[in-house]
Design a protein around this ligand. Structure first.
Ligand SMILES: O=C(O)CCC(=O)C(=O)O
Ligand SMILES: [Fe+2]
Length: 264
């Protein structure tokens, strides 16, 4: 359990850096269930060649799968979020099972916020967060997560150099692309222990390394959203004017590439 002081520190870290690590959230028993279940699903699945940088890419819904349902209602995780003031985040009802296969390629630099036309892009608090559960320990050796701290709120050189994420281009770059898989001077590696929880603001630039081991590295990723039309209770500072003026009924066309709402 996080103490109130630790929870506050983690929230501040999350708001400032765009990611946070909460250690030791899943017990070994649940990890074993998740490993067995993901291996079962992977055995029935054919990895699509264009998804090779994300590895296996399997959507699994809580309504169809009791193990996934257990994960998406795992109290220690939601207690940690609540302690951090992030208790209004709700799962989408599904997870994405992603892997780095043994010897598998790295994952390109990208961010996953698709609302860059929406003034909410400016929010000093997270709106869309991935809960990442790695089922094995991760390190640089098996392609742990890398992030550019602070890139959820501020423009970095990498923003202007990368191809937009996933279906918008990054899936089709070549493995020797000099930018998409590069080591970046601003990057931080995020190695974890199996059972830790990584929180990642969808706006934060991230990537993962090549898996240089002979073991699959599996990630269960669950997107979570908070209400689009409220300010989180903990936020006592000024709300950006563009967010105050935002019409919650307006429709913003989706946009994957940051524009005017990401400041230098
Ligand atoms: O493999 C990872 O650590 C991150 C996966 C990810 O960010 C993605 O597939 O969008
Ligand atoms: Fe991602």
């Amino acid at each position: 359990m996080l103490t109130p002081e630790q929870a506050l520190e983690k929230r501040e870290f999350m708001l400032r850096e765009g990611y946070a690590l909460v250690q030791n959230i899943l017990p070994e028993t649940l990890l074993e269930e998740l490993r067995a279940e993901t291996e079962r699903l992977i055995a029935d699945h054919v990895e699509a060649p264009e998804l090779r940088y994300q590895g296996q890419h399997i959507d699994e819904f809580a309504v169809d799968n009791p193990v996934i349902d257990k994960l998406l209602s795992w109290q220690p995780a939601y207690e940690a979020l609540a302690a951090m003031g992030l208790g209004d985040f709700r799962p989408e009802g599904k997870v994405i099972i992603l892997t780095k296969e043994a010897g598998g390629p790295p994952l390109y630099w990208h961010q996953d916020w698709v609302f860059w036309n929406d003034p909410l892009s400016l929010s000093p608090w997270p709106q869309v967060v991935a809960l990442n559960y790695y089922l094995s320990d991760t390190s640089e050796e098996n392609g742990c997560l890398r992030v550019i701290p602070g890139s959820h709120r501020k423009r970095f050189p990498l923003h202007d150099r990368i191809v937009p994420a996933h279906e918008q281009g990054a899936r089709y770059v070549s493995e020797d692309d000099p930018v998409m898989f590069s080591d970046d001077p601003d990057q931080v590696h995020v190695p974890v222990k199996a059972g830790d929880l990584v929180l990642l603001d969808a706006r934060t630039l991230h990537a993962a390394g090549r898996n240089r081991t002979d073991q699959r590295r599996t990630l269960v990723l669950a997107w979570h959203l908070r209400p689009m039309d409220t300010v989180p209770e903990f936020w006592q500072e000024e709300v950006p004017a563009a967010i105050v003026a935002r019409d919650p009924a307006a429709e913003y066309e989706s946009l994957r590439t940051p524009g005017e709402f990401l400041k230098s």
